[in-house]
Ligand binder design. Structure first.
Ligand code: NAD
Ligand code: IPM
Ligand code: MN
Length: 345
């Protein structure tokens, strides 16, 4: 059966890296007999420019009817003071599709080890996953902005915490059997509930170790002792910050993919980074984050394990060949990197 993939290229480097991801998909598909069609839709700033709204009705409907969604990046400085921002479209899409479980893997390609700003012995063997709650918390509480005061409400229900903690335990069961639950339990009520729920859920997973960490010191340990972690689970805002921080380990945001899952319906795959306006249009963005998001899609939405591995091995080989984009200290352009990965498939 033909799989329907909706693509949301968005803004900045978005269209460039989406094209690269789709080229790699087109190259791997015949090797695994993967039959698919792509439907490109307006999203983010591009949709504001063309249709006046960051998440047009037709885009949402197509996304809901898709078998999987690929998203590149949205946003840009031209929208900073606009009444409606591209980011609102992204949050509305995540909410509408119920994409509460955001999986952000952190691993170090051996070829990149010496390029990390951290010492090789610190990052050797790093392999963890940040599980970020994506449809709750302070992102979705009421926001009030007046001239002389402002507030953002952070709220979580028991059920919202329970389901994301379970995602983390299920993942850990198939990996290193350790969950680090991150909160600010010494201050926040939401974090006190978070920790209690984590303790409750842990009773169902006696084979998995649960440890708790406060977000401030965890932010430090992620850099000083990154190989201590297996699955890190945390609320929406902490997960946003910690996952960008984790990109310091491989040395660039440009290699960081993600998957977002709902209880039902299509999953969405996107790099963790943004639209990189500082390098947009220059043809020098690193497409690996998008290409590895395609690999995650093949594995997690379509069970195409071999296809995912072909892509991941090709990326690994390309980096070992010394093909590096500017963010990795190299000279390769986006198209040279993409072509090299395809040649290594
Ligand atoms: P950013 O992630 O876009 O960029 C941060 C830095 O990383 C920049 O120096 C950029 O050049 C670099 N970078 C990011 N991706 C790269 C890649 N693939 N290759 C090489 N270098 C890369 O963060 P920002 O500049 O703070 O945000 C820019 C815009 O993106 C904002 O409007 C923000 O809201 C939006 N944003 C969107 C998403 C998304 O679409 N999911 C995620 C994060 C930020
Ligand atoms: C991300 C981004 C988004 C977030 C922004 C663009 C709303 O930073 O996907 O990590 O904060 O979730
Ligand atoms: Mn982010």
């Amino acid at each position: 059966m033909t799989k329907k993939i909706v693509t949301l290229a968005g803004d900045g480097i978005g269209p460039e890296i989406m094209a690269a991801g789709l080229e790699v998909l087109a190259a791997v598909a015949p090797k695994i007999n993967f039959d698919y069609q792509v439907e490109a839709k307006d999203f983010g700033g591009a949709a504001i420019d063309r249709q006046g709204h960051p998440l047009p009705e037709a885009t949402l409907e197509a996304a809901q009817a898709a078998d999987a969604i690929l998203l590149a990046a949205i946003g840009g400085p031209q929208y900073n003071d606009a009444a409606v921002r591209p980011e609102q479209g992204l949050l509305a899409l995540r909410k509408a599709l119920g994409l509460f479980a955001n999986i952000r893997p952190v691993q170090i390609f051996p070829a990149l080890q010496h390029l990390s700003p951290l010492k090789s012995e610190i990052i050797a063997g790093v392999d963890f996953v940040v599980v970020r709650e994506l449809t709750g918390g302070i992102y979705f509480g009421e926001h009030t902005l007046n001239a002389r005061d402002a507030r953002d409400i952070n709220a979580y229900t028991y059920e919202e915490i329970d389901r994301i903690i379970r995602v983390a335990f299920e993942l850990a069961r198939d990996r290193g059997k350790k969950v680090t639950s991150v909160d600010k339990q010494n201050v926040l009520a939401t974090s006190k509930l978070w920790r209690l729920v984590a303790e409750e859920v842990a009773k169902d997973y006696p084979d998995v170790i649960l440890e708790h960490a406060l977000v401030d010191s965890l932010a430090m340990k992620m850099i000083t002792n990154p190989s201590d972690f297996d699955v890190i689970v945390t609320e929406n805002l902490f997960g946003d910050i910690l996952s960008d921080e984790s990109s310091v380990l491989p040395g660039t945001l440009g290699v960081m993919p993600s998957a977002s899952h709902a209880d039902n319906g299509p999953s969405l795959y996107e790099p963790i980074h943004g639209s990189a306006p500082d390098i947009a249009g220059l043809g020098i963005a690193n497409p690996i984050s998008m290409i590895l998001s395609v690999a995650m899609m093949l594995r997690e939405s379509f069970g195409e394990i071999a296809g995912a591995q072909y892509i991941e091995h090709a990326v690994d080989k390309t980096l070992r060949d010394g093909v590096l984009t500017k963010d990795l200290g190299g000279q390769a352009s986006l198209s040279e990197m993409t072509a090299a990965i395809i040649a290594n498939l």
